[in-house]
Ligand binder design. Sequence first.
Ligand code: 5GP
Ligand code: ZN
Length: 128
Amino acid sequence: MRRFGACEKRWEELVSEEDCMFCKIVRGEMESEVVHDEEEVLAFEDISGKAPVHVLVVPKEHASSLTEVGKLSNAVTKRLFEVAQTVAEKMDIAESGYVFRINNGPDAGQEVFHLHAHVMGGERLGMP
Ligand code: 5GP
Ligand code: ZN
């Protein structure tokens, strides 16, 4: 099993809620192009979209990654999926299809340590 260096902290603990970029967006302290806003889930456009449609769906409660998904209620976790579909319908990519993707940890290239799902579509997208 691969391990991280002894001096490295758990990667998902690197950012506090106060400094977390997506918590700042949720609190309205940072600008974003909101696509969908409801009590416990927010969806907003990715700042550097990698597809014609690229929206991020986040729980308003901070969880660093899927490692902490247990912090979220079952209802919120389910809403992340449902809001992804709502966003896809709103952005007119539900029928053509879309990618629903969560990058988790270093090998997945996770950059922002507030759990978020990418909803990407509007062109043919493959794996990974
Ligand atoms: P990750 O690799 O962590 O799954 O993806 C993080 C995503 O967040 C990237 O696609 C990146 O473009 C997006 N992002 C980073 N900073 C900001 C920001 O300040 N605002 C918005 N809207 N998106 C951001
Ligand atoms: Zn956060």
